[in-house]
Design a binder for this molecule. Structure first.
Ligand code: ARG
Ligand code: ZN
Length: 878
C-alpha cells in the first residue's frame, strides 16, 4: 500500500517548540479564483533556545511566494520551503517578524480543510491541522497567539466579511472591493482561527450576561433560510444562560457569530467568537425538520458554545489530549439537555448511542484509549471513544465526587488553567486537590482501551440475614494492549424488597460503599450487607454509572420485577431490554420461543404503556427490543445478520402483536391538531405515537400499513411524515416504494430533506438496495462532493444496514470499498469515516468474514490511498 506519508506521532515525544509565535497579522485578498494570504508572524525564541536552532513551520499543499524577516527578504540559502513546510535555518535569537505570502485556490479544495468554498461562500476549517493549509505556521495547539485579520473581497461576491473577535475597521477598497479588519484579543491556537466571506443573510439578537454586558448575537446563512435559524438562536441564548447558572461561566467577547455552511466535514466548530456549523445542525422548521433534528441543533449549538470555556479559554497542549476538551464538553452538553429536558430520557438515549457506536469501536480493530499515545492521522481520532467515552469518564468523576465536589474541581480548573494549553493530568489534578483525594488509579480510564465487563453474583443467607454481592471486573485485550489493569468503577445501586420498596441494611462490609454507591477498585471484591430480612432484588449500575457491560444472574422474574418497581428509570428501561435480549439470544441459539417468557414480556410492555406515572418519551424508549447490531455484539462471534434479523422480526411480532389494540388506542389518543412545537411534552407525545405506529407496522398488525400511508399523507410536520415513511420502508410494506417516490418528488429540492430520503433508502433491509444506491450515485445531478449527501447514503448503509452491508455474497462490502476508493481522492475524511463501518467484520461468521477481508485487501491493493484511509485500513486489517 502506498500512502502519502508513513509517520507515527507519539505522545512521549512531546516537546515544546523552541520558538513561539505570539502575534499574527493576516491579510487575505480574496478573489474569485485565488486568495492571496500574507502572514506577519511575531516570533520569539524560548529562553533556552540555542543559537542556530532552525524555525520549522508546518505547511500542507502550500507554495511560498515571498519571505522576509523584519522587512528584509531572505536569501535562498537562508530557508527551505516546500508544500509541507518551511524551515528558516538560523533565525535571529530575539523577537522578529516573519512575513510570508502564499496563494490559495479555495475553489479546488475539496478536502474541506483550510480555506474552501461552499456554495459560493469562502469559509475555513482549521481543527486540527487545517491552518497549515492557509499559511506556514506552528500549527500545534500549545502555541497561543493574538490574531488580527484583514480581509479584502469583491463586494458583490462577499458583502459579509467575518473573522474571530471584534470588528475594528471596515470600508471601501476601491475597484468594487471592500475590506474588514477583525481582532481577537484572546490568545488562541491556530485551530480556532476562522474566516467567512460571502453573500449571506442573517438573524440577530442579543444576550445580556450575568454581569450585565450586552453580547450581540448573529446567525448567518444563505438568503431565504433566515427563518430556519430561530431555533438555533433560541438554543444559543439558553446555552449562554445555563453555563452561567450551572458552571458560573460568562461569555467574554461582545460578539458571538454563527455561520451555517452546506459543505462541512463534521457537525460544527467552536472557532473563537465565530462558530461554523454544518447547516443540518442549524436549519429547522416543522415541515422539513424532525424532533431529532431540533434536538441535535439544541445539543450542538450548546456544545460549541460551551467550548468557549472548555476548549478555547482552556485548550489542549497537544492532540493526544483531545478528550480534555471534547469529553468534558460533551459531558457539559449532556447536562444541559438533561436540565432543559428529561434527565432519564437523555441518559437512556445517550447510553443507547454509546452502546451502538462506542462499544463496537472499543471492542474492534479500531479500539484506542480516550487519550491515545500514538497516531498516524489525528483526524481519525475524533471518535466516539474520545467524545462519548470521554464524557462518561467525566460523568464518573462527578458521580464519585458528588455535585459539590465536582463543581469545586471545575472552579479550580477554570481558575488555575485559564489561558493555558493543558493536559489530562492537569485536569485530574484539580479534582484531586479540590477534594483531597487521589485519582491515580482513576486516570487509567483515560489510558486503557476496551469496555470492561462487570460480573456480579449474589448470595442471600437467610440464617444470618446477610446478602452478599460478588463483583468482578475484566477488560478484554485490545490492539496493542494485551494486559489490562483494574479500573475504578462507581456502581450506583439499590436493594429492593419484595413489596417493591427500597430495602435498608443495618451494616455493610467489604468493598467501599458510600450510601448508594459501591466503588470497585480491585479486579474482584465482595460486599456484604447485614440485617437483610429476605432476599432483595438488586438494582445495579443505576443510571448506567459506569460504561461497562454488566453481567448478572438476574432471572427473568427479577428483571420484570425491576421493570415494574425500580425507582431508577434507567434500570427500569434496562430491565425490559434485558428480558428482550435474553429471549433473542435463546431464539438465535435455536431454542423454541418460550411462551411463558414471551407472554410475561408482552404483559410488562403492556403495563409500561398503561402506566400513568411514566411519561410518553420514556414509554417510547421502553417499548422496544434491543437492535440487531446490539444483539450481534452480545453474541460476540460468528454473527449471521440475516438470522438475527429474522429472529428479531419474529420476536417483535410475538411480543407486540398481542398489544395491537392497546397500541392503536394509544396511537389514536395521542393525535393532536396543535401546531408543531419542539418542547419536551410535544416531542414525547410524537415519539410515543410514532413508536406505536412503527411497532404496529413491524409486528404486522392488521391495517398497520394503511395507517402508515395515511399518516404519511396527512402529516403536518416532518417528524410524523418521516416516521411513517421509515416504518413503511423498514418493514417493506406494499406502499413503501410509492411513499419513497412521493417523498423524493416532494422534497428532493431541499438538500437536507433529500438526506432523509437517502437515509431511509440506504437503511432498508432489502435485496436491491445496493443497485438503488449505485443508481443514485451514478446520477449526474447527485452532488458527489457534499459530505452530508455522501454520509446519508453510504455512511447509513455501512453503519445502519447490517443485513445488506454484510451480505453473504460480499456485494455490500465491495460497494462500500469501491465508494471509499473513489471518494478518497476527493475528501479523505469522508472516505476514512465511512470505512470504519467495517469495524464489525472480525465478529462475523466465517463466510462473511472472508468476504469482508477480501474487499479490504482489494482496497489495499489498489494503492495510493490518503493517509486518513490508509491508517483506518491498516488498523482494520492488523
Ligand atoms: N471541535 C469540533 C467539535 O467538537 C469538531 C472538530 C472535528 N474535527 C475533525 N477533524 N473531525 O465539536
Ligand atoms: Zn467539541
Amino acid at each position: 500500500m502506498r500512502t502519502e506519508t508513513e509517520h507515527t506521532v507519539y505522545l512521549k515525544d512531546y516537546a515544546p517548540s523552541p520558538y513561539r509565535i505570539v502575534a499574527v497579522d493576516l491579510d487575505f485578498r480574496i478573489g474569485a479564483e485565488t486568495t492571496r494570504v500574507t502572514a506577519q508572524l511575531t516570533v520569539e525564541p524560548r529562553e533556552d533556545t540555542e543559537p542556530g536552532t532552525p524555525l520549522v513551520l508546518d505547511g500542507d499543499e502550500l507554495s511560498l511566494g515571498s519571505i522576509a524577516i523584519d522587512g528584509a527578504p531572505l536569501i535562498l540559502s537562508a530557508y527551505a520551503a516546500d508544500a509541507n513546510g518551511l524551515t528558516v535555518f538560523e533565525p535571529p535569537l530575539r523577537r522578529f517578524v516573519l512575513e510570508t505570502e502564499v496563494t490559495l485556490r479555495p475553489e479546488g479544495n475539496t478536502r474541506l480543510m483550510g480555506l474552501y468554498r461552499s456554495s459560493g461562500t469562502w469559509c475555513t476549517q482549521c481543527e486540527p491541522e487545517g491552518f497549515r493549509r492557509i499559511t506556514y505556521y506552528l500549527d500545534r495547539p500549545d502555541n497561543l497567539a493574538v490574531f488580527k485579520v484583514r480581509m479584502t473581497a469583491p463586494l458583490d461576491l462577499a458583502p459579509v466579511l467575518l473573522a474571530n473577535g471584534n470588528l475594528i475597521d471596515k470600508g471601501d477598497a476601491g475597484d468594487g472591493q471592500h475590506y474588514a479588519v477583525w481582532e481577537d484579543p484572546f490568545p488562541k491556537p491556530a485551530y480556532l482561527f476562522a474566516l467567512v466571506a460571502g453573500d449571506l443573510g442573517s438573524i440577530t439578537d442579543s444576550f445580556t450576561t450575568a454581569s450585565g454586558r450586552k453580547v450581540d448575537l448573529a446567525i448567518y446563512c444563505s438568503h431565504g433560510k433566515e427563518n430556519q435559524c430561530l431555533w438555533a438562536m433560541d438554543s444559543l441564548k439558553r446555552s449562554m444562560a445555563w453555563d452561567e447558572r450551572r458552571f458560573g461561566r460568562e461569555y467574554d467577547l461582545d460578539i458571538f457569530n454563527i455561520v451555517a455552511v452546506s459543505d462541512f466535514n463534521f457537525g460544527a466548530m467552536e472557532n473563537k467568537g465565530l462558530n461554523i456549523f454544518n447547516d443540518r445542525l442549524v436549519f429547522a422548521e416543522p415541515e422539513t425538520a424532525t424532533d431529532a433534528n431540533y434536538d441535535g441543533i439544541e445539543r450542538v449549538i450548546a456544545h460549541e458554545y460551551f467550548h468557549n470555556w472548555t476548549g478555547n479559554r482552556i485548550t489542549c497542549r497537544d492532540w493526544f489530549q483531545l478528550c480534555l476538551k471534547e469529553g468534558l464538553t460533551v459531558y457539559r452538553d449532556q447536562e444541559f439537555t438533561s436540565d432543559e429536558r428529561s434527565r432519564a430520557v437523555k441518559r437512556i438515549s445517550d447510553v443507547v448511542t454509546l452502546r451502538s457506536a462506542q462499544f463496537p469501536e472499543d471492542g474492534g480493530p479500531l479500539a484506542h484509549p480516550p487519550r491515545p499515545d500514538q497516531y498516524r492521522e489525528i483526524n481519525n481520532f475524533y471518535t466516539t471513544t474520545v467524545y462519548e467515552k470521554g464524557a462518561e469518564i467525566v460523568r464518573m468523576l462527578a458521580t464519585l465526587l458528588g455535585e459539590a465536589g465536582f463543581r469545586k474541581g471545575m472552579d479550580l480548573y477554570f481558575e488555575r488553567h485559564d489561558g493555558e494549553a493543558t493536559t489530562i493530568e492537569a485536569f485530574l489534578a484539580v479534582f484531586a486537590e479540590a477534594n483531597g483525594i487521589d485519582l491515580e488509579q482513576f486516570k487509567t480510564w483515560y489510558l486503557q482501551a476496551g469496555t470492561p465487563r462487570l460480573t456480579v453474583a449474589e448470595q442471600y443467607d437467610a440464617d444470618k440475614q446477610t446478602y452478599t454481592l460478588r463483583l468482578r471486573q475484566e477488560t478484554p485485550p485490545t490492539p496493542g494492549q494485551p494486559d489490562k489493569a483494574p479500573l475504578v468503577l462507581p456502581i450506583k445501586f439499590g436493594l429492593i424488597g419484595p413489596n417493591g420498596s427500597p430495602m435498608a441494611w443495618s451494616g455493610v462490609s467489604g468493598a467501599e460503599v458510600r450510601d448508594d454507591l459501591i466503588v470497585l477498585k480491585d479486579a474482584s471484591a465482595e460486599v456484604t450487607f447485614t440485617g437483610i430480612p429476605s432476599r432483595p432484588v438488586p438494582s445495579l449500575l443505576r443510571g448506567f454509572s459506569a460504561p461497562v457491560i454488566l453481567q448478572t444472574e438476574a432471572s427473568q422474574q427479577d428483571q420484570l420485577f425491576l421493570a415494574r418497581h425500580d425507582s431508577d428509570p434507567f434500570n427500569r428501561w434496562q430491565a425490559l431490554q434485558d428480558v428482550g435480549m435474553a429471549l433473542a439470544l435463546d431464539a438465535i441459539s435455536g431454542a423454541p420461543l418460550n411462551d411463558g417468557a414471551l407472554t410475561a414480556l408482552s404483559q410488562a410492555m403492556s403495563d409500561t404503556l398503561a402506566s400513568d406515572s411514566l411519561d410518553n418519551a420514556f414509554k417510547a424508549l421502553a417499548l422496544s427490543l434491543p437492535d440487531e447490531q446490539l444483539i450481534g455484539r452480545t453474541i460476540g462471534k460468528d454473527i449471521d445478520p440475516d438470522k438475527i434479523h429474522a429472529v428479531r422480526e419474529r420476536l417483535l411480532q410475538a411480543v407486540f402483536e398481542p398489544l395491537a389494540d392497546q397500541m392503536l388506542g394509544t396511537y389514536n389518543a395521542l393525535a393532536s391538531s396543535a401546531p408543531y412545537a419542539p418542547d419536551p411534552a410535544s416531542t414525547g407525545r410524537r415519539a410515543l405515537r410514532n413508536r406505536m405506529l412503527s411497532l404496529l407496522v413491524a409486528s404486522d398488525a392488521a391495517g398497520a400499513s394503511l395507517l402508515a400511508l395515511k399518516q404519511y399523507e396527512g402529516a403536518s410536520n416532518m417528524t410524523d411524515r418521516l416516521a411513517a415513511l421509515s416504518a413503511a420502508s423498514n418493514a417493506g410494506t406494499p406502499d413503501a416504494a410509492g411513499m419513497l417516490a412521493n417523498f423524493r418528488t416532494r422534497f428532493g429540492a431541499d438538500p437536507l430533506v433529500l438526506d432523509k430520503w437517502l437515509t431511509v433508502t440506504a437503511a432498508a433491509p432489502r435485496e436491491g438496495v445496493i443497485e438503488d444506491m449505485k443508481a443514485i450515485l451514478a446520477d449526474p445531478s447527485f452532488p458527489k462532493t457534499n459530505p452530508n449527501r455522501l454520509r446519508s447514503l453510504v455512511g447509513t448503509f455501512a453503519m445502519g444496514n447490517p443485513t445488506q452491508f454484510a451480505r453473504a455474497d460480499g456485494a455490500g462490502f465491495r460497494f462500500v470499498t469501491d465508494f471509499v476508493s473513489d471518494v478518497d481522492k476527493v475528501n479523505p475524511q469522508v472516505a476514512a469515516r465511512v470505512l470504519t463501518g467495517f469495524r464489525i467484520w472480525p465478529m462475523l461468521e466465517s463466510g462473511r468474514r472472508e468476504a469482508a477481508n477480501a474487499a479490504l485487501l482489494a482496497l489495499r491493493d489498489k494503492g495510493s490511498l490518503s493517509r486518513n484511509t490508509a491508517d483506518i485500513l491498516t488498523r482494520m486489517l492488523a
